[in-house]
Design a protein around this ligand. Structure first.
Ligand SMILES: NC(=O)c1ccc[n+]([C@@H]2O[C@H](COP(=O)([O-])OP(=O)(O)OC[C@H]3O[C@@H](n4cnc5c(N)ncnc54)[C@H](OP(=O)(O)O)[C@@H]3O)[C@@H](O)[C@H]2O)c1
Length: 368
């Protein structure tokens, strides 16, 4: 990754044409555009909308996407506040944003699955430095799929990052199968709600914990039990044993309850792995080996004490998963509700709104 700051133009990420002029268009392809930069960590007011940010040349497997909508994930607001600083601080300024829905503006020489002009949606991996808060985002071919035709760009942009995170846990890690029991801790959020719908589509029996306002939506999506964590005792309300527990909250209490509700051979998966926070606290050289040791210790401990598999799971690009997510979304079987949209220029307000909490759906930025 190369980063170069100039007086009049900003170059971010894997640019391999850094010495060329970066304004306007070249051979019909945008060479500069608007983007929201994160120059330092802090509150939403540190975000800067700039209009002369360079668009790097594409690598053979990359796709240039004209952005129409970007949903805000908790990772965006956490990164803005300094989560992952051990990785990202040397790379500032960076562009936030993982999710995208838009149109293909150009493709690299080896790209075959999408073509110029096609509507696509997808998500960047968690450590990408040039994110999607920009008129022109760059994603690898396997991070994109055709946008479900029945969804608007706003609706489509709410889905990929959350659904791919759920897919990775349930399909790649726990390998859930028809007839199995799945517990989703935190089914009201984007990842939890996606996990419920993916499990229902796989023919599983699903229980979940969520806030009272989410109960009806979750039961309508096919969950068999939705326990309001604000008024009920989860340990009393949820009976029996599960094949897989996806814990989107991942605090010690939900981890304890989730593990105790598993069958022998079941999988406990938390989204709150400690690798980044330990690296931030102790530096990469100490924090990463420390996190590996902690994870290994927990895996061995729970294998012996409970006979279960313990995992920290992370979002990962998965072309097959994204294609299935597209198919389910097109069929109306996978939705992530959008609560509020903001024009791209009001990105600070959008981050403030997301951080107020208690927003029962996604916040989305719209680009014209
Ligand atoms: N490891 C990874 O790669 C990865 C990827 C994506 C997300 N994440 C993390 O996973 C978490 C969820 O992400 P998201 O996109 O789904 O967030 P989100 O859409 O903002 O949802 C958060 C939801 O959590 C629910 N909640 C809060 N406390 C709860 C509790 N004690 N029990 C049950 N539910 C509770 C609330 O649901 P109600 O409205 O029903 O109260 C809230 O809507 C975030 O911390 C995010 O950073 C990690």
């Amino acid at each position: 990754m190369r980063l170069l700051l100039r007086r009049s133009a900003v170059v971010i990420g894997n640019d391999n044409g850094g010495l060329r002029m970066m304004l306007g268009f070249r051979r019909g392809m945008a060479t500069s555009c608007r983007a929201v930069l994160l120059p330092r960590f802090g509150d939403p007011d540190v975000l800067q909308l700039r209009d002369n940010v360079s668009v790097p040349d594409l690598k053979p497997n990359q796709v240039l996407v004209r952005t129409r909508a970007v949903s805000i994930n908790p990772l965006d607001t956490r990164m803005r506040s300094g989560y992952g600083r051990s990785i990202f601080e040397p790379l500032l300024p960076l562009i936030l944003g993982r999710d995208i829905s838009g149109e293909v503006a150009a493709v690299g020489s080896s790209v075959r699955s999408v073509g110029v002009g096609q509507e696509v949606f997808g998500a960047l991996h968690p450590t990408a430095v040039r994110g999607t808060y920009t008129d022109y985002a760059i994603l690898d071919e396997d991070e994109l799929a055709p946008k479900p035709a029945s969804l608007s760009h706003v609706e489509a942009s709410a889905i990929p990052f959350a659904a791919l995170t759920a897919w990775r846990a349930l399909k790649s890690t726990a390998r859930i199968k028809e007839g199995q029991r799945v517990l989703v801790v935190g089914g009201g959020g984007a990842v939890g709600f996606s996990a419920i719908q993916l499990s229902v589509a796989a023919g599983c029996h699903v229980s979940t914990t969520c806030g009272g306002e989410s109960v009806d939506r979750i039961l309508a999506a096919g969950a068999e039990q939705a326990v309001d964590y604000t008024t009920e005792d989860i340990e009393v309300a949820i009976k029996g044993h599960f094949d897989a527990v996806l814990d989107t909250i991942g605090v010690p209490e939900t981890e304890r309850v989730g593990i105790n509700l598993l069958k022998r051979g079941g999988h406990y998966m938390t989204l709150q792995g400690e690798a980044a926070s330990l690296a931030d606290r102790y530096g990469l050289a100490i924090g990463l080996p420390m996190s590996t040791a902690i994870l290994l210790k927990k895996q061995i401990q729970y294998r012996y004490s409970h006979g279960i598999e313990y995992w920290w799971t992370y979002m990962r690009a998965d072309a097959e998963g994204l294609d299935e997510i597209r198919r389910l979304s097109e069929a109306g079987k996978l939705k992530v509700p959008v609560e509020k949209t903001f024009p791209f220029t009001q990105v600070k307000d959008a981050h403030h709104a997301k951080e107020k909490g208690k927003i029962p759906g996604k916040v989305v930025l719209e680009l014209d």
